[in-house]
Design a protein around this ligand. Sequence first.
Ligand code: IVH
Length: 749
Amino acid sequence: MRYIGAMSEMEQIRQKIEALTAELNRHNRLYYEDARPEISDTEYDRLTKELEDLEHKYPQYASPTSPTLRVGGAPLSGFENVAHAQPMKSLSNTYSKSELFDFDERIRKLIPDESFTYALEPKIDGVAISLRYENGILTQALTRGDGITGDNVTANIRTIPSIPLQLTLRQPPAVLEVRGEIYMDKTGFALLNEQRQENGWEPFANPRNACAGSLKQLDPKLVAKRPLDGIFYAAGELRGVTLNTHIELLAYLKDAGLKIAPKYWSLSSIDEVSERLDELYSLHSDFPFEMDGAVIKVNERHLYESLGATAKSPRWAVAYKYAPEQAETALLDITVQVGRTGVLTPVAELEPVQLSGTTVRRATLHNAEEIERKDVRIGDTVVVEKAGEIIPAVVRVVTEKRTGEEVQFSMPDRCPVCESDVEQRSGEVALRCTNLQCPAQLKTWLEHFVSRDALDIEGAGGIVCDKLIEASLVFSPLDLFTLVPSQLDTFNLGTPEAPRMLGSKNAAKIIASLERAKTKPLANWLFALGIPKLGKVGAQIIAEQHETLQEVSTSSLLKDIVELSVQSEQVKPLKKENPPLYAKRCDEIEQVGDRLVEAGWYKKAASKSQTRTLAKYTLKNQQGIGSKTAESVLSFMNSERGRSLLTDIAAHGITPSVERKASTALSGKSFVITGTLPNMGRNEAAKLITRHGGAVSSSISKNTDYLLAGEKAGSKLTKAQSLGVAVISESDLLKMLDTPEKQKQLSLI
Ligand code: IVH
């Protein structure tokens, strides 16, 4: 038998890093490519954290293609300005087919003896980016900047799932600099704006602004949350690869794992290009990005040098801009909608008009500021545009057509539905209705409550919600649980003149779903309550650390998050004003922060030199609970509305099921605790141990497995040593909870 020597500790670490990397890469593929995840987000985060910690401790083994880079590292203090290896030029524009023919003429004059073809592709409305791959590894991502130097946004770009950290080429070239566009997916943009408006924040004007704003974020973890993507269409510096045509370049980029335009053509003449422009336009609404025109490029790359460039743009390519899709129409009225959380949104009611193939009747005006800025008045003729083909928007007023009859609009000071007062919360642009029982709020709230991701009450959506409110059967979502079959069987969904009964079958379905809902998981209940700023993922994260809604309402974890944020803000000025007090406050902040670290929600910056404030504690993953959400959850649960919901929930015998399975990381192990622990109280430590299946006793015997010892440990320590009982520190205990086995167990949650 061959003798295999003991593996060195360092080799073991290297192998561990390699195994974790492979595992995370596999889960990324399952999630992003196959849409078939095998593990929960929580487990994914735990694996990522384990790898992150190892990479931090042993940077010599940290790979530039590590999957940990996808979730974003520590926040940056600013972006470094870096010179482009080759300048990043822009494109000149053409606005008509005749200008396009002029472009072709110019080229022919410059290279009269050459024959050439064209490539036609969509122009993506995003943010230009230059990626540098060295030997196949993504080493740098620069924005265009002034074309000569750009911002180094590598950490942000690495969080975009579709951008390969390593090219999928068997023989990657020494240098591949590739240029393209980062954009925000149209659907993702619409969802993001919906959320922002729901939270009373200013919506982004369009996907491009949202994308540019995201890339400027200094915290890559925030960027990781944004639905960004990239499409590549040009090369910068190339070393070790020759590509003859643009079409060949695109095929090569695709092979390398980079996304290219979903549609492009190789065409033999400018006439053919001109004929294809309409076809390309007809496809634009199917593209996931906003199309900002077409790009026409000479296909043969060897001609680029002789064609040259102006200071601004190359002569071998040009953009073609389609006439914008806008239409003039009359603004008949401005109405105000009330959302689930009471946010008032002004809506333009329009004379119906055709716009990119659909009839537009309404357009959002976002908020009062927007109306004022554009000086929109009722009766105006307005230009409407389909911004990103998603939400029609009022672009401007055709003031030349004003008759003087137009009426200025101001937001109501009462809710248009229930006439209650409206309020503007500090820091928000939106107005909100203050009435907790507002029927408009109730309607959207009820629809949310019964929706699939919340309590999934089959057959109770849409019109049923509306009618239940109209019939005064429901004043709060919890009233659904008071309904009885006899009430529902003959419930009229139609009008008194043309009745349409719900029927016993549908009624039975609703009642059965309501019964099932009573034991739905805590996460679904938390989400169903419609707490501002709390989404599905946030609800899941909170549910994993709590057992009941009551517990959430008094959660020390959530309070810690709020406190950490408040304290960290307050401590800053003390640094100069009162250093001793500053140090004391920092210690307190550390205690709070460490509790959040222990809960697994936050992580602590490893660097010792880092300021001892909130900056030291950051959300552990892209989907943690931030201070705004924590604050919103606590204030909702403890508000009049929240308290009455909790009372009703208890009164209806509703007991959301607990998803947290007991961890068995310490099962079968007995502990004794002594001395003062650095971060936890002894009770807290005991709770932690028992929560993970361990037992805690007060006296040491030979059956004790571990003595958890803090400062001033005293006689127990001596006894443990004499009995040969292992003595561990608080951090050893935390590490024991952090083994892969424990991670597996916790991931069953
Ligand atoms: S080629 C040196 N192709 O539009 C020429 N640009 O308005 C490099 N853009 O700076 C540009 N889609 O940021 C090219 N298919 C496409 C494009 C595209 C979008 C952007 C790019 C460019 C800007 C000019």
